[in-house]
Ligand binder design. Sequence first.
Ligand code: TTP
Ligand code: MG
Length: 364
Amino acid sequence: MPQTLLKGRIILHLDMDSFFASIEEREHPEYRGRPVIVGADPMEGKGRGVVSTANYEARRYGIHSAMPISRAYYLCPDGIFLGVNYALYSMVSHRIMDILRGYGTAFQQVSIDEAYLDLTGAVDDFQEARALAEGIKEEIRKRERLTASIGIGPSKVVAKIASDFRKPDGLTVVPPEEVEAFLAPLPVRKIPGVGEKTEEVLKLEGIRTIGDLQKRTPGELVELFGKWGLELHNLALGIDHRPVQERRVTKSIGRETTFLEDTADPGEVLAALEDIIAEVHQEAVERGYSFRTVTLKLRLKDFTTFTRSRTLARPTRDREVIKDIAEQLFSEFRGREVRLVGIRLTGLVRPGRGQTRLDDFCPD
Ligand code: TTP
Ligand code: MG
C-alpha cells in the first residue's frame, strides 16, 4: 500500500481575512484602525442593498456580510462605507491563488478568497505542514500585504473548520489524534452545511455542540435527517473523504494580457489581440468547441474595465470571425490608454453533442 494511504491525508484550507475590506485598507492606509464596510451605498441610512464584508473593527459594532446596508449605517454611522471594486479584488484573488497552487500536490479554489491544498506527499507530517503554512502566510503578506487564516487537518471539513478557528491571521493545525477533541466544544453551526434549519432540529434534540453530535449513533441522526444524518455523523468526527480537486465547468475559453506599459497605440492593442485570438481559437479547436459569443474585455489606465460582446446566430469555429468581431468591438476604444485586453468565447457547443451542460466537467 502506498505510504500516503497508510498515513492518511494532510489537507490545508486557506481563507483570506475580511478580504474585500483588507484590500481597501491596503490601498488606503488612512483607513487603518477605522471601521471599513464594503457594499452598497448607505445613502445616510436610506440605502438599499447589503454589506459584502466589513473589517474586524466594523465587526465589533455587530456588522457582518449580508446585513442590510441601512442597518450597518445605523450601527456605525462614522464608518467608512465603500462600493465594491470587484475587478480589483478579483485580480488580487488570482495572484493569491497563483501563489498557493505551487505548494501542494492538488489545488482547489472554492471561492474568491478560499482554497484547499492537498499537502499529502508534499510534506511528511503535520509539523512540516505547519512550517509550510507559515511560509504561505509570509509569502502572501510580503507580496500582497494581506493576511490569511489557515487550517490544516486530515480532511477537508477539519481543515475548513480549523481555518476559521483563530481568525484573523490564524494558523490552526489539527493532527488526526486531536480531531475529535478539537471539534467537540464547537457549536454545530461550524459544520459546513449546517444552517438554521438543521440547527433548530438539533436544538430540539438537545444537540448544541459537535461533541453532542459525536455522542449520538448514526441511526439516531438518520431518523432525524435521512441520508444527511449519516453525513452529519461523519462530519462531526471529521470524517470526509472528498478529494481536493479542481473541477471546472467549461463555460468559456478566455485569455487576457496586461501590457508592460499602458498603450494608446491601436496597432499595439490589435497585435496583442491577434496573439490572444490565436490562443483561444486553438484551445477551442483542440477541445472540439464551436462558440456563439465573442467578448472583448478592456481595462483602461485608470482600471475602469469594459466588456463588449457579440453573439452570432449560429455557432462557428472560424478564427476570422473572432478577429472581425474583436476589431469592431475595439473601435469604440481607439486612442484610449489601455492596460489590459482579453478575449472570451462563450456559448460553447460541441457539434453533434448539443449545448454543453453544467455537468460537463472536464479535468484540468
Ligand atoms: P468570506 O471569506 O466569507 O469573508 P471575509 O473574507 O470578508 O472575512 P473572514 O475574515 O471572516 O473570512 O468572504 C470573502 C469575500 O466574499 C468577502 O470579503 C466579501 C465577499 N462576500 C460577499 O460579497 N457577500 C457575502 O455574503 C459574503 C459572505 C462574502
Ligand atoms: Mg475570508
